[in-house]
Design a protein around this ligand. Structure first.
Ligand SMILES: Cc1ncc(COP(=O)(O)O)c(C=O)c1O
Length: 501
């Protein structure tokens, strides 16, 4: 369209009665004409005085629209020369992008190598409950009435310091009650200052790794290990070295010990996912090795509160006299995963660095939730909830064990059943546990294949992680029958099992 035709084009489109305000209409029409290239780049538009008189509008209206379009980059003005359509109206670019977006989903090739690797190994499940989702607690039993009473108390008062940006480290009151809890329940030796509140174990490990290692440094992980933290470590640029585990926990060989890593990540209370407890001898060996070689040990104490038949075990951190252990824990299993509150306990001397870095990197928040949680713990609700849930999970675990035994006798080995929220049903070598998990999902049962937790190629054991935390007692047996119906064909007709007499 030639500029001389612009006023006619506009006059035909402007609604004088009942439409949008004239200013908005004029702005929208000019924007549309520029984006659709009806008014090509470089076109000189009529002066505001001329356009106003041709359209019968106030000059101010047109001036304001031109100013707005200039501000957004659609037009530009040169004193004494006039106003011109820009060469690169910003929405041209946006327009092209959205057309491309409509045409095809984003291609994986736009991801960095690091991003692609992360997605390749991603294990997050769309389902987060029901039979037999491992690692998920029964959120329906959370004492919501107590929480809501405490929460409304804070919302009524609306303390400004809980609504603004958080100072690094977390709410002092929460750090205080946590220090007491960790000291008495987990034998963790720390002052409140040494505790940094985070959004959970993933973030705690991310923070520790960023502050204590550089890209290319080596970290030892247990093999098998939790896929979630494996992802966190992989994207951090660390070089992962998978160390096998035996009945006493992580078991580095003489060759491994000859080449100390910068960090190691262990689950001493309840090896994830196999469930063994790290022996005292192994704990001492690791601590001494770390002390002599200046390594950091990250202790992931993710679900140690739920131990059946014996008291929860003391932490590795409690045995550390040299300040080499970084202890990480979470309320994800003890309260509910969506709370996203966890903690990291750092050696003395590192607390200010960690608190500052945490605020710098993550802009912490959730102070109100932290205040509620501090009171929840302080009033004793936390320990009663754990006690209640330990009883409930213990009962569910027993039903599951009985059901498995009834069906398979002693023919399939069960590992990791003494603690936590899942057990591992070992399958004979050669049974493809990924196929079994896939077939189970088709009948609406979630189990995770054990082989997927191994890092060393060819070292995976076959088995299934079966979670019982979020399965109601009466659902366990029928759900297991469904699982057994897909498992039996995989075990094959030659599979024989012995039942208890
Ligand atoms: C061994 C282990 N560590 C950490 C986590 C996750 O902890 P969070 O939810 O606090 O990030 C899990 C969750 O299943 C886990 O199994």
């Amino acid at each position: 369209m030639r500029a001389s035709m612009l006023s006619d084009w506009l006059a035909q489109r402007i609604e004088r009665t009942g439409g949008l305000p004239i200013y908005r209409q004029l702005y929208g029409l000019l924007q549309q004409a520029i984006l659709s290239r009806e008014l090509p780049a470089g076109t000189k538009v009529p002066s505001s005085r001329l356009l106003a008189s041709e359209l019968g509008l106030g000059r101010n209206t047109v001036t304001q629209v031109y100013e707005q379009l200039a501000l957004e980059g659609y037009v530009w003005s040169a004193t004494g020369q006039g106003t011109f359509v820009s060469d690169s109206a910003p929405d041209e670019i946006v327009g092209a992008d959205s057309a491309a977006r409509d045409a095809a989903p984003a291609e994986p090739r736009v991801l960095s190598a690091r991003g692609a690797r992360l997605l390749q190994g991603a294990g997050v499940s769309q389902r987060q409950g029901g039979a037999f989702m491992p690692g998920v607690p029964d959120v329906s039993r959370f004492p919501a009435a107590v929480w809501s009473r405490l929460q409304s108390k804070y919302w009524r008062r609306l303390p400004p310091d809980l609504l603004t940006y958080a100072p690094g480290g977390g709410l002092p009151k929460l750090r205080q009650v946590l220090a007491d809890y960790l000291r008495t329940s987990r034998s963790v030796r720390c002052t409140p200052d040494q505790i940094i509140v985070t959004t959970g174990i993933h973030q705690s490990i991310d923070l520790a790794v960023r502050l204590l290692s550089d890209s290319g440094d080596v970290i030892w992980t247990e093999d098998p290990c939790y896929w979630g933290v494996r992802s966190v470590l992989q994207v951090s640029g660390l070089s992962l070295k998978a160390i096998p585990v035996d009945a006493e926990g992580i078991n580095p060989s003489a060759d491994d010990l000859a080449d100390p890593p910068k960090l190691m990540l262990v689950t001493p209370s309840h090896q994830y996912p196999l469930g063994m407890v790290m022996s005292l001898a192994r704990r001492r060996m690791l601590l001494e090795f770390a002390r002599q070689n200046g390594c950091w040990i990250i202790e992931d104490d993710y679900d140690s509160e739920f131990r059946y038949g014996s008291r929860p075990l003391a932490s590795l951190q409690g045995l550390d006299t040299a300040g080499q252990v970084i202890y990480v824990g979470s309320f994800g299993k003890t309260l509910f995963p969506g709370l996203r509150i966890g903690y990291i306990v750092v050696p003395e001397g590192l607390s200010t660095s960690f608190a500052t870095a945490s605020a710098e990197l993550y802009r912490e928040g959730q102070l109100l939730q932290q205040a509620v949680l501090a009171e929840f713990i302080g009033e004793g609700h936390f320990t009663s909830h754990i006690r209640r849930m330990r009883g409930l999970y213990g009962q569910r675990r027993q039903i599951l064990l009985d059901t498995i035994r009834k069906r398979y006798g002693d023919a399939l080995q069960i590992a990791g059943g003494d603690a936590g929220l899942h057990l591992v049903l070992r399958l004979p070598d050669g049974v493809d546990d990924r196929e079994v998990a896939k077939a189970a999902l088709a009948v609406n049962i979630v189990v995770r294949p054990l082989s997927g937790y191994f890092l060393r190629p060819g070292e995976g054991m076959s088995g299934l992680l079966i979670g019982y935390g979020c399965v109601a007692e009466e659902e366990i047996e029928p759900a297991f029958e469904k699982l057994a119906a897909v498992l039996d064909p995989a075990l094959g007709s030659g599979f024989r099992f012995s039942t208890h007499a």
